[in-house]
Design a protein around this ligand. Structure first.
Ligand SMILES: *[C@@H]1O[C@H](CO)[C@@H](O)[C@H](O)[C@H]1NC(C)=O
Ligand SMILES: *[C@@H]1O[C@H](CO)[C@@H](O)[C@H](O)[C@H]1NC(C)=O
Ligand SMILES: *[C@@H]1O[C@H](CO)[C@@H](O)[C@H](O)[C@H]1NC(C)=O
Length: 632
C-alpha cells in the first residue's frame, strides 16, 4: 500500500513515557517538497527485454547494480544488462546497449526438489570486477549455484564454469556479498540448500581457501549480509544477525561489522585448520541517546566510504526489530571508529545462563588473538599457521568483541517513525557548487525516495532536512506477477552523479530520477531559495538552474543580486514555469531555518541564518549580503 498509516506517535509516546527522559524523541522532518513521477519521461524505466515472455509476466527480478566507469550493469533473472551512461541522456529511453543471457539448464531437477517453477531460474546474485578485463558472475542456477567469468567489454563468457557454492546463495531470497581483494574473492552467504550453513569465505586467489567455523553460532547466527569493503590489511563485512549475547530476550537482531585479515593463511592442524584465524566482529550502535538508549538495530543497507566532516564514513539504514514499533534511522560510521573498535576487549559468557561480559586482559593470550600475523603485535609470526595453539583456541571461542561502534556525531543523522520503513541508501558526498555538500538519497518499502540534507554542514544545521519526497513507483510500468505488496519496495539505489540522476530498483523494474528539478522553480527566486537544494542555483538571468559540479553550469557568480530582484512568483508557491506535466508542488515547510549549504549565510552561522529564512519565507526578499552569490 502506498501510504499505510503507521502508528506514528507510539514510538514517541514510548520514548516520552520512559522515566526521566530529558530530550524528546526527534520528530520526523516534514518534506519541503512532495512529488511523483508524473511529467518524467515515460521512457526512463526498464523491466526486461520486450521479446522476453518471462519478463512480461514476472518483471525484471532485479538483483543488483554495478557501475564501472560510465557503464551501468544490472544483474537480474537469467540476464545481465549493460547501459552506456555516456550515450544515454536524461529523458531518453532506458535501453541496454548490450546484455548477456545465462539460463539455468537444470529447471526440471529444480522442480523435482520441491521448488516452484517460478523460482527455478538463474538469479544472478554476484557481479563483481575480477580484474581489469573480466567480471565474475554467479547465479543461483535453479538452486545449484554456479559462477562464470565474462569479458567486461564483450560480455562474452571466458573459461570454464566454477562452482558457486559459498560464493552465491542457492536461493535468491538469501543474502550475499562478494568482492575481490588482492586477487582473491571474499564472499559471504549461505553455502547450502537449506541455508543453514552461513559462511564468510575466501577463494580463487593464490592464497589458501579459508572459511568461517561451520555451524558455530558464536561466529555467525542466521546472518543477513549487506555489504563488504576492503580497507588497509582487512576485508570488512557488514550484516545483521540474531544476537548471541542477547538470547535471553528472544531472537533479537543486532547489526555487525566483522573483519578478516587479507594475509590470513588459516590455523594449524591442531586448531582452525583451513579456517580464519582473524575473524572478529563488533556491534554497530545506531541509537538515539538519552536516559534509556533507543536502538535501531536491524541493518538494511550500507554505502561505500564517503567523506563526512573530513573523515571517511559509511552510511547505513537501520530499522527497529521486526516485531517492534516500526521505525527507521540513518547512521554514519567513521572507518577509523570501526578500526578502533576492533582493538577493544573480547566478550564472553562465563556461565551458560549468565550475561556476556568483557574478558579481563590477563586471560587473553599473546599475541592478541585475531591479529594479522606478520604485522604489529604478531610481527614475529610470519604466518597465521605458526600462531600458538592458545591463541588459535582463544580466537575460535571469542570472535565477538565488547565495544559497539558509535555513530558519527553520536546520534542518527535522521530518524523516521511515522512513515514507511527505509530500505536503501545512496550518498552524494560531493554535491553543491563547491563539491563539499552531503546529500542522502533514501529508498523506502512503499516506493518513495527521500532526498535529505543531514544535520551539520557549514551552517551547523541542527536537524536534517527532507528536501524532497518522490513517489518513484509506477504500477503500470513496474508490476508483475510477483507479490504486489513487495513490488513497491525499493531494493537498489545507484547514483550517476555525472549524469545527474539516481537509478532506483524495484523487484520488477528499474527507473531513473533526475537529482533535481530546479526548473520547476522557474523564475521564482524565493521558491528556488526555499528549496535549499544544493543542486540548484539562482542565476540572475536564467532563474533557478541546475548545478552539476564545477564547470557543469556557468551560473553567474557575480554577487550583484539586487534585493528587488526576487523574480516571478505566483501564489508564493511553485515557479509558474515548471515543466510540462510536472505535478510537483512546492511546500514551504516549517524548516528550522532556511539557510542553504552554499548560501552566504553559511559563512556566518547564527541569527543571520534565520534572517534569511524570515526573508525568504515571509517577504519573498532575497538575501542582501555583500557577496550574495549562490543562493540555493
Ligand atoms: C575505467 O577507466 C579507467 C581509467 O580511465 C581504465 O583504466 C579502466 O580500464 C576502465 N575500466 C573499464 C571497466 O572500462
Ligand atoms: C550506544 O550509544 C549510546 C549513545 O551514545 C550509548 O548510551 C550506549 O551505551 C551505546 N550502546 C552500546 C551497546 O554501546
Ligand atoms: C565548501 O567550500 C566552500 C568553498 O571552498 C567553502 O566556502 C565552504 O565553507 C565549504 N562548505 C563546507 C560545508 O565545508
Amino acid at each position: 500500500m502506498p501510504r499505510a498509516p503507521h502508528p506514528m506517535p507510539l514510538l514517541l509516546l514510548l520514548w516520552l513515557s520512559l522515566p526521566h527522559a530529558q530530550a524528546a524523541f526527534p520528530q520526523d522532518p516534514i518534506p519541503l517538497v512532495t512529488s511523483d513521477l508524473q511529467g518524467s519521461s515515460p521512457l526512463s524505466w526498464f523491466r526486461g527485454l520486450e521479446e522476453d515472455a518471462v519478463a512480461a509476466e514476472l518483471g525484471l527480478d532485479f538483483q543488483r547494480f554495478l557501475t564501472l566507469n560510465r557503464t551501468l550493469l544490472v544483474a537480474a533473472r537469467d540476464h545481465v544488462f549493460s547501459f552506456d551512461l555516456q550515450a544515454q541522456e536524461e529523458g531518453e529511453g532506458l535501453v541496454p546497449n548490450k546484455f548477456l543471457t545465462w539460463r539455468s539448464q537444470d529447471v526440471e531437477n529444480c522442480a523435482v526438489r520441491g521448488k516452484l517453477t517460478d523460482e527455478c531460474y538463474n538469479y544472478i546474485r554476484v557481479l563483481v570486477p575480477w580484474d581489469s578485463q573480466r567480471l565474475l558472475a554467479c547465479g543461483t542456477n535453479s538452486f545449484s549455484p554456479m559462477c562464470r567469468s565474462y569479458g567486461i567489454t564483450s560480455l562474452q563468457q571466458e573459461g570454464e564454469e566454477l562452482s558457486g557454492q559459498a560464493r552465491c546463495p542457492f536461493d535468491a531470497t538469501q543474502s550475499n556479498v562478494a568482492i575481490f581483494a588482492e586477487g582473491s574473492l571474499y564472499s559471504a552467504t549461505a553455502a547450502d540448500f537449506q541455508a543453514s550453513d552461513a559462511v564468510v569465505y575466501r577463494s580463487l586467489g593464490s592464497q589458501p581457501p579459508l572459511r568461517s567455523a561451520k555451524y558455530d553460532s558464536k561466529w555467525l547466527r542466521e546472518p543477513h549480509f549487506v555489504y563488504a569493503v576492503e580497507h588497509r590489511d582487512h576485508v570488512y563485512f557488514f550484516f545483521r544477525e540474531v544476537a548471541v549475547e542477547e538470547s535471553r530476550l528472544g531472537r533479537v537482531q543486532f547489526s555487525r561489522v566483522a573483519r578478516v585479515c587479507k594475509r590470513d593463511m588459516g590455523g594449524s592442524p591442531r586448531a582452525l585448520d583451513r579456517h580464519w584465524t582473524s575473524f572478529l566482529k563488533l556491534r554497530l550502535n545506531c541509537s538515539v541517546p538519552g536516559d534509556s538508549t533507543f536502538y535501531f538495530d536491524v541493518l538494511q543497507a550500507l554505502t561505500g566510504p564517503v567523506n563526512l566532516h573530513g573523515r571517511s564514513a559509511l552510511f547505513g539504514v537501520f530499522t527497529t526489530q521486526t516485531n517492534s514499533i516500526p521505525g527507521s534511522a540513518v547512521c554514519a560510521f567513521y572507518l577509523d571508529d570501526i578500526e578502533r573498535g576492533f582493538e577493544g576487549k573480547f566478550k564472553e559468557q562465563r556461565s551458560l545462563d549468565g550475561a556476556w561480559t568483557p574478558v579481563s586482559e590477563d586471560r587473553v593470550p599473546s599475541p592478541r588473538p585475531g591479529s594479522c600475523a606478520g604485522v604489529g603485535g604478531a610481527a614475529s609470526f610470519s604466518s597465521s599457521q605458526d600462531l600458538p595453539d592458545a591463541v588459535l583456541l582463544f580466537i575460535k571461542a571469542h570472535p565477538l568483541l565488547d565495544p559497539a561502534v558509535p555513530p558519527a556525531t553520536h546520534q542518527p543523522l535522521l530518524t523516521l517513525t511515522s512513515r514507511a520503513l527505509l530500505t536503501q541508501v545512496a550518498v552524494d558526498g560531493v554535491a553543491g557548487p563547491h563539491r563539499n555538500t552531503t546529500v542522502l538519497f533514501l529508498g523506502s518499502n512503499d516506493g518513495t525516495v527521500l532526498k535529505v540534507l543531514p544535520p551539520g554542514g557549514q551552517s551547523l544545521r541542527p536537524e536534517p532536512i527532507i528536501l524532497e519526497e518522490i513517489d518513484a513507483y509506477s504500477p503500470a510500468r513496474c508490476s508483475g506477477k510477483r507479490s504486489a505488496q513487495a513490488s513497491r519496495r525499493i531494493i537498489g539505489l545507484e547514483l550517476d552523479t555525472e549524469g545527474h540522476r539516481l537509478f532506483v530498483a524495484f523487484p520488477g523494474c528499474i527507473v531513473y530520477l533526475p537529482l533535481s528539478r530546479c526548473a520547476r522553480h522557474g523564475a521564482c527566486q524565493r521558491s528556488c531559495l526555499a528549496s535549499q537544494d544544493p543542486y540548484c542555483g539562482w542565476h540572475r538571468l536564467r532563474g533557478c538552474v541546475s548545478i552539476r559540479g564545477p564547470g557543469g553550469t556557468d551560473v553567474d557568480v557575480t554577487g550583484n543580486q539586487e534585493s528587488t530582484e526576487h523574480g516571478d512568483c505566483q501564489d508564493g508557491a511553485t515557479g509558474s514555469q515548471s515543466g510540462p506535466g510536472d505535478s510537483a508542488y512546492v511546500h514551504l515547510g516549517p524548516g528550522p531555518s532556511l539557510e542553504t549549504p552554499s548560501s552566504p549565510s553559511d559563512a556566518h552561522p547564527g541569527p543571520q541564518s534565520s534572517t534569511l529564512g524570515a526573508h525568504t519565507q515571509g517577504k519573498g526578499v532575497a538575501w542582501e549580503g555583500p557577496s550574495a552569490v549562490w543562493t540555493c
